[in-house]
Design a protein around this ligand. Structure first.
Ligand code: OAD
Length: 248
């Protein structure tokens, strides 16, 4: 893959690097995206499955949908795209991965410097008292109950809910400092995550997108590579590593 000189120069010198990922990075692990072909939101309405109102109306349906996705995520393996991002964090002094994914695959690939913008399906919390649970308790009830008697919900961000403040603050700060910003496998249609590359661009970052299709962020990117993440990322990371050795 031919990478332009401007990108290589930035990559060879950058101190601050940020990556934003979306469902596309996990597509090659066999997990469905939301808006792609066979994506969840092509067949279901988000308001029926991913809102507090949906959970209030039919907690069992919502819990079972997440339970199914949890099982799929546990069966899936991190792919070369996830693994390359975990290697990338070692190349730069300051690095942050902000993922919109809730599947836990980045952690399983070894990423450490990361935040989960939309939570994690392998954790739960009480719908009533907000008590956090680091895992999914099994009390043979669907959904399981909190010690206060309330229903447990997946610890994810639903439509109409705010992102965790500390997570958003960390992501925003990293975006405004980034010299190089990767946008990988996201349609860029959900806010505030989709604003992170714009914040970075406004602060002078070089923005590179990796997505087999055009997205709503393609136009603002300095470089848009029409590849699958698992195909492109390992070679991009190897090239960046070499460029840093040579300090172009
Ligand atoms: P989308 O389903 O909206 O977009 C997935 C993107 O991944 C598309 O642009 C695809 O072209 C791209 N893609 C597909 N396969 C790929 C591959 N192998 N490599 C790279 N890219 C690929 O998913 P998100 O952008 O993640 O929110 O969606 C954002 C949010 O909307 C999600 O976090 C979720 C959803 O509703 C919540 O649950 C709050």
């Amino acid at each position: 893959m031919e990478l332009p000189q401007e990108f290589l120069k930035t990559a060879s010198r950058a101190r601050y690097v940020m990556v934003l990922t979306g469902a596309g990075i996990s597509a090659e692990s066999g997990l469905a995206t939301f808006r792609g072909q066979d994506g969840w939101w092509r067949n279901y309405h988000p308001q029926d499955l991913a809102t507090p109102q949906a959970f209030y109306k039919d907690p069992r349906l919502v819990w079972e949908w997440y339970q199914w996705r949890r099982e799929q995520a546990l069966k899936a393996q991190p792919n070369p795209g996830h693994l390359a991002i975990a290697v990338m964090e070692k190349l730069f002094p300051e690095f942050l991965l902000a993922t919109q994914n809730v599947d836990g695959l980045h952690q399983r690939a070894g990423s450490l410097k990361m935040v989960e913008l939309h939570g994690n399906i392998h954790r739960s919390r009480c719908f009533r008292c907000q008590k956090p649970y680091p895992s999914i308790p099994n009390d043979n009830q669907i959904p399981p109950r909190c010690s206060c008697g309330g229903l447990l919900r997946p610890d994810v961000v639903w439509f109409g809910e705010e992102l965790p403040r500390d997570v958003l603050k960390q992501a925003w700060e990293a975006a405004s400092q980034a010299q190089l910003f990767f946008v990988i496998g996201t349609s860029g249609l959900v806010q505030p995550a989709a604003s992170l590359p714009l914040v970075a661009r406004r602060s002078g970052a070089f923005v590179i997108e990796v997505n087999p299709e055009e997205s709503s962020l393609t136009e603002m990117a300095d470089l848009s590579l029409r590849y699958k993440a698992g195909e492109a990322m390992p070679s991009i990371v190897r090239t960046m590593e070499k460029a840093r050795w040579r300090k172009l």
